[in-house]
Design a protein around this ligand. Structure first.
Ligand SMILES: Cc1ncc(COP(=O)(O)O)c(C=O)c1O
Length: 456
């Protein structure tokens, strides 16, 4: 029997078993720390998602610098996962470290509930990059999305949000909705303790399905569309030509606001896909990478939306109205963001990251061609995603149907055992300003070994 990707099931299982043994033999100290963690940590890990790593338990990190992580057993890894974008600037970029040390040590004060001089500098830089003039800060992209949704609802006085099937925008309640096999909306499988059935708050359709977008916005009951410019959390699904123009036009016709979530798609360039593709969102949300790994979230709004927010009479934006958090906009995050944006994630850095991603893709394609494997790899700026099918998917549903957990596990573990990490979720690889051609070539080499093992 072969799996959906055309690889023999028995071969996948055999490779996985061999690699599990190799992993166990090479990681005694990580195993020991994991066993200890199981006594006090839910799932044995500080954050339950970390259980997702292959091998039966994660490797425990000792140190990380640039695009390299060293674990407690002394193994070094080229890191293409980069904290699933949280470390896209590379681990501990010197400029960010210096700014954090200065703020926390020399100047003093991480959380002051007072603005510092970097606040406006970061606002100005984000405004320049994304073309949205006014910004506000959170600690995570999840919260930036949550607060943006609240504002859109308050402004429009409409009940619904529209999202695309298999989207992910953080743990935002409204986005945990999916289409079932009959294309009916339903709560996403595994949704933990939803406060309300998300089909009461949210409409959902497939990415790139403009007819459905038109239909779902037509009654003018949708406050906003919440969308990534390209889906990145179910593999990468790129927009069809003209999709974003038509989406914007449909929003304009129906008075629906458009939130573009750039948390991952900042891989598309210094101003994300918003700048790269000349998008015109009412709100852009972001987080993860922009403070070099220090927690941050942010949302920017258009001049028109900013005026509408200023005109809200009943909304409490300065106390307990549901938008804001004690640690949001803290001095440390903003010092880190200022340094990261002005000195690390620069235009020149993106050019280098794009070139590396191109080399990475060429490496993968050469292996696939040489080994006769009809898969494809999809690119989005500094990000690339291997897809177990000859053609890239056009929707979240199509992409989800290509998932193959057994194959992913075997492939990821084979790479990990040879010093290469890709994201534990699907097959994403991301370049940082610190990634080198040698790192990329190492991936090509071990990817070839993995494929050779899987098709042997
Ligand atoms: C597109 C997108 N938005 C928001 C988030 C949430 O980010 P955070 O986990 O930092 O809240 C994620 C996380 O993966 C994401 O992919």
């Amino acid at each position: 029997m072969t799996d959906v990707a055309g690889i023999d099931d028995g071969r996948i299982a055999a490779v996985h078993a061999t690699e599990l043994e190799r992993f166990a033999a090479a990681h005694p100290r990580s195993r020991e720390l994991f066993e200890r963690g199981r006594r006090s940590l839910l799932g044995g890990v500080p954050m339950t998602w970390m259980a997702k790593w292959v091998g039966g338990h994660p490797v425990y990190a000792a140190n990380a610098r640039g695009a390299t992580i060293e674990d407690v057993d002394g193994h070094r890894y080229v890191d293409f996962s980069l904290g699933d974008t949280g470390a896209m600037a590379g681990h501990s970029p010197p400029a960010t470290v210096a700014a954090v040390q200065r703020r926390l040590g020399e100047l003093g004060g991480a959380t002051l509930m007072l603005p510092t001089e970097e606040a406006a500098m970061v606002g100005e830089e984000l405004a320049r990059r994304f073309g949205l003039p006014q910004w506000s800060f959170a600690l995570t992209a999840t919260d930036a999305n949550r607060w943006a949704l609240r504002l859109c609802r308050e402004i429009t006085r409409r009940p619904y949000v529209l999202v695309f099937d298999h989207c992910y925008h953080g743990s935002v309640d409204e986005a945990f909705v999916t289409l079932d096999s009959g294309a009916r909306p339903r709560s996403r499988p595994g949704n933990v303790g939803p406060a309300v059935d998300p089909t009461l708050t949210t409409r959902v359709c497939e990415f790139n399905d403009l007819d459905a977008v038109e239909r779902l916005l037509a009654d003018e009951q949708v406050a906003c569309v919440l969308a990534e410019p390209a889906l990145t959390n179910v593999g990468i699904v790129l927009p069809d030509e003209g999709f974003h123009d038509a989406l914007r036009a449909a929003c304009d016709r129906t008075g629906t606001l458009l939130i573009i979530d750039e948390t991952h798609t900042i891989s598309g360039g210094p101003g994300g896909c918003t700048a790269a593709w000349a998008l015109r969102p009412d709100v852009a949300t972001i987080g993860k990478a922009i403070a070099g790994g220090i927690p941050i979230g942010a949302y920017g709004v258009s001049a028109e939306l900013s005026a509408r927010i200023a005109g809200l009479d009943e909304a409490d934006l300065v106390d307990v109205g549901g938008v804001g958090g004690t640690l949001a906009g803290n001095a440390l995050s903003l010092a880190a963001a200022h340094a990261t944006l002005s000195e690390v994630l620069t235009r020149e850095a993106f050019e280098g990251m794009f070139a590396l991603r191109e080399r990475y893709v060429e490496g993968v394609e050469s292996v696939l061609a040489a080994r006769g494997i009809p898969w494809t790899i999809v690119s989005l700026g500094a990000r690339a995603e291997l897809c177990f099918a000859p053609e890239p998917p056009r929707s979240g549903g199509e992409s989800a149907a290509l998932f193959d957990a057994a194959l992913e596990d075997a492939l990821h573990l084979h790479l990990l055992n040879r010093g290469v990490m890709i994201t534990p979720f699907h097959n994403m690889a991301l370049m940082s300003p610190a990634t080198t051609t040698a790192d990329v070539d190492r991936h090509t080499e071990v990817f070839d070994e993995a494929i050779a093992a899987l098709v042997a």
